[in-house]
Design a protein. Sequence first.
Length: 159
Amino acid sequence: MSNRDTKEVTRWHKEPYAWLLILFPALAVIASFVTLRLAINSYDGLVTDDYYKKGLEINRVLERDKRAQALGIDADVRFDPFAHTFTARMRAIDVNALPPSLRLKLMHSTRAGFDRDLTIERTTDGSYFAILPQLAPGRWYAQIETDDWRILKSLSVHR
């Protein structure tokens, strides 16, 4: 009797090493389909086409920040994620110089496609109020501005 006759022959699909060799390429194929689905379904926004022009405008933006500091303008902002409301209580050296409405730019920290531009109106108590659209979770920057000045605040949106 030879050695060959005494060995038990097992099928490939009953061998654990065969499945281990199949597992890693199969996981790579599944992960590539998940990545493809994420790439198709999510919008990252485009890099601005006029980046050079935007770069030249940076000095004007910095002047607006300095103008807000010179006027003593600052804000306490509150965001209610359940009611989708934004409230800004403005402070300034001359409170009467604040306009009846301000522009509010909500900028997502990583996804430019989620950015929103709104107008916030002054209420009877002197604060500014707006009802917001549904915001994606993450860190947001609120830019409150006029043509002459701007201030930046940050918000966090959780689900």
